[in-house]
Design a protein around this ligand. Structure first.
Ligand SMILES: [Fe+2]
Length: 611
């Protein structure tokens, strides 16, 4: 039985194909259209899923959409009425899309499936989809479920229990009160883009001090012991205006929002630190409450807030649960997968077996390209490449180049599903290098200098470098842990004297390129089962250097979606200062390519809106 899940029209449209309970394929639309967080109908992703499953739309048994558009529409109408006549403009602006597409989803989906699909359309609830995406692929037979995000229909968070093939959600927090929207309001205020720059604000937080923590707690929210809260909406006019925050909010934090691309000041850093601390407190309270209510040992998480890996790390270390599992596509893209799994297990009642491993397949659920396909493309553009006949040659050559400080585009196997690159569409480099953080930010990704990079570490060595238990997994880069004391370096300058971005100037550990200014690192553990090639490459690098850690960042520049095809990868390689590109067994050296000229680089950068 083939079930196609779809999420669209909010942000991060995606499609997923589930066959007899097995996840066959899943991907975000942005990877094809090259528009980050593309929210249009995911026609390309649907086409890919069908191709990956080797079937036509007429062979689908169910098509399921990840939320209930009519209930969402009702929320818009009710919110409008509650604030009328304020908000009329916002209401009018939203209407055309609703009338044209969102209220006519079966028609839209018919069109996208070439009018071949004759089955029924199922609509799950937004938070059900998140919850299903968290529980069903998890390794647990039973677990508590916690979902938190911006907003779905009405819900902005929920908790419940998953047991065998069923999930049950108990309690929800309702719009307009929302941790996702609260975090986004601060994302906007610190000068980053809503629904995109949240990650940057989290990365900025360690530069500041949580000086505004009490102000947020006292004035903006009324936080309960169970992690639920009410927001003072006089600070957040998003129900009736196209803006996240009011002038009252700006006054409270000492002036207007930072304008986009303006220099970052200590105020933004302190604000980022403060809202991050508040978010962690809310996440911890919610986790404790859910534990108390469900008495479960395991916790699963999804919804955009579950991408807050600093908060996740704290739940794991301080919270009451023994283990946690987080859906790697925790945002709305993952809703497509959750919706499809929901139909298979919950609606159709099929059996669910667990064997201690998750069913996410390392989240490598996107397209892959053979050596032959890559060659054909490279030949068509007269690119210069070398074929490494034996796989071992690839590992030896690349490990040596990492050791030499080269920056490498690493394109292998199936593309990742979810926002993180996990070693299939990655840019990798030497974590021991003092200069690498700055080189990667300025010369490769063209992004802000403060942004940290994440490490890949061999799973068997993770506990030697980071504050983790022996054998503990973080295969999806969704947990933050500190660099171990014995890997830190003595700092000659008094740390207290360093303010803001100056904190970057200190070499803090033996792997400085991935050690954030508070010694934290967003960890991906690499094991032989999920990432055989990357694991072997890192094994060779460790033999050579003694170091089981490398930098791993997504294969894209600022504002660009992660590359999907060899063509995207080659273009990005040529437009940046990457030294080497390795696609399967083919290797390309920058100096051998017809030179990319400066204007082409600018042209390339101009294609993507700054995020
Ligand atoms: Fe969501």
């Amino acid at each position: 039985m083939n079930i196609l899940g779809i999420s669209a029209f909010y942000h991060d449209s995606a499609a997923a194909l589930v066959r007899d309970g097995e996840i066959i394929a899943a991907a975000q639309e942005e990877r094809w259209t090259r528009i980050k967080h593309d929210n249009r109908f995911p026609s390309n992703a649907v086409e890919y899923c069908l191709e990956a499953g080797g079937l036509g739309a007429e062979e689908l048994d169910y098509v399921v959409f990840y939320e209930k558009p009519l209930v969402k529409f009702e929320r818009l109408l009710e919110s409008y009425i509650a604030y009328a006549p304020r908000g009329f403009r916002q209401f009018l602006m939203g209407m055309p899309l609703w009338l044209r597409q969102k209220l006519h989803l079966p028609r839209e989906m018919d069109k996208a499936l070439g009018h071949k699909y004759k089955g029924r359309y199922v609509f799950t609830e937004h938070h059900e989809s998140h919850a299903a995406s968290a529980f069903f692929p998890s390794p647990f037979e039973e677990a508590a479920i916690l979902t938190m995000d911006g907003v779905g229909e009405w819900a902005t968070g929920s908790f419940g229990v998953g047991r065998d093939n069923k999930i049950e959600l108990h309690k929800v927090m309702h719009f307009p009160h929302s941790l996702g929207l609260l975090y986004s309001a601060f994302t906007y205020f610190t000068g980053f883009r809503v629904n995109s720059g949240e990650y940057k604000m989290m990365g900025l937080a360690p530069y500041g001090e949580p000086r505004y923590y009490d102000v947020i707690m006292e004035k903006l929210i009324d936080l309960k012991e169970d992690g639920s809260f009410r927001m003072d909406m006089s600070y957040f006019p998003y129900c009736h205006k196209m803006v996240m925050i009011s002038t009252k909010f700006e006054k409270l934090f000492g002036g207007p929002a930072r304008s986009v691309e303006a220099p970052l000041t200590e105020r933004e850093m302190d604000i980022a630190a403060s809202i991050q601390a508040v978010t962690e407190e809310i996440m911890l309270r919610a986790a404790r409450y859910v534990h108390q209510q469900t008495e479960m040992k395991n916790l699963v998480l999804a919804g955009g807030v579950a991408l807050n890996c600093v908060g996740n790390g704290r739940i794991l270390r301080e919270g009451p649960f023994d283990s946690i599992w987080i859906q790697p596509a925790a945002g709305d893209a993952g809703g497509a997968l959750g919706a499809a799994l929901f139909v298979w297990y919950q609606l159709l009642g099929n059996e669910r077996k667990t064997d201690g491993n998750d069913k996410q397949k390392a989240s490598l659920l996107g397209p892959q390209y053979s050596n032959e396909q890559i060659r054909q493309y490279l030949d068509s553009i007269n690119a210069k490449y070398h074929v490494l006949a034996r796989e071992q040659e690839v590992f030896d050559t690349v490990a040596e180049m990492i050791n030499e400080g080269k920056v490498i585009g690493w394109f292998q196997g199936r593309m990742e599903f979810g926002p993180r690159a996990l070693g299939s569409r990655s840019i990798i480099g030497d974590a021991r290098s003092e200069k690498m953080q700055s080189i990667m930010n300025r010369k490769i990704k063209f992004r802000e200098s403060f942004r940290p990079f994440a490490p890949c570490v061999l799973r068997e060595d993770a506990h030697n470098y980071f504050e983790m238990k022996d054998g503990q997994d973080s295969p999806y880069m969704l947990l933050v842990a500190s660099v171990k004391e014995n890997k830190r370096l003595p700092v000659s300058i008094p740390v207290e004297s360093l303010k803001g971005l100056d904190k970057l100037k200190v070499k803090r550990s033996v792997v400085p390129a991935i050690t954030h200014v508070d010694y934290s690192a967003r960890i991906q553990t690499v094991d032989a089962e999920r990432h055989p090639k990357l694991h072997r490459l890192m094994g060779v690098f460790k033999e050579k250097t003694g170091c089981p850690v490398i930098i791993n960042t997504s294969f894209n520049i600022r504002g660009e979606p992660i590359v999907c095809s060899p063509e995207h990868a080659y273009r990005c390689f040529m437009a940046t200062n990457m030294d080497v590109l390795v696609m399967e067994n083919l290797i390309l050296y920058k100096e051998e390519q017809p030179q990319a000229k400066q204007y082409q680089i600018d042209e390339y950068k101009a294609q993507f809106e700054l995020d």
